[in-house]
Design a protein around this ligand. Sequence first.
Ligand code: SF4
Length: 164
Amino acid sequence: MTQYLKEARRAPGSEWLKDHSALLERVYLMTQKVFFVLYPVGKRIAPKLTERVVIWGEKTFKGYLFNCQMCGQCILHSTGMTCPMNCPKNLRNGPCGGVRQNGHCEVIPERMCVWVQAWERSQGMNQYANEMRTIQPLVNHALKNSASWINAFEGLDHAKFPDT
Ligand code: SF4
């Protein structure tokens, strides 16, 4: 429990940004376009280095913004730009039946339920608002600590890029 509260504290500005999910959605779409152009080039020239750079980028930026747990199969765009792996029960489809009446978590009462936040934020998105209704497949733990962007591009995860 302490770990989750600490993580939330070390990211000033991240909650504000996540509450502006339409803005993050635009950033996501732009990043996707840039990645589609640059990744195939990097893969051809220096595949290992490219992979390390993508993993570093995800750990750094998504770690800061979303408290990313590096599951390797990112579904942020389907969950209101709120990382589902921050749910103490690690639910990939939520919420569970234990959400408190004030919208807080059953396990960590001081914190809002990740899934309540995911729902509310998803409704502010333009292109991906309805993705919240999609049933997500089980997490493939073999992909942990790998680059979710590469896994999506290569079709190694279940999520893939929604528009491809
Ligand atoms: S869904 Fe996975 S890859 Fe995406 S932010 Fe959460 S832990 Fe990281």
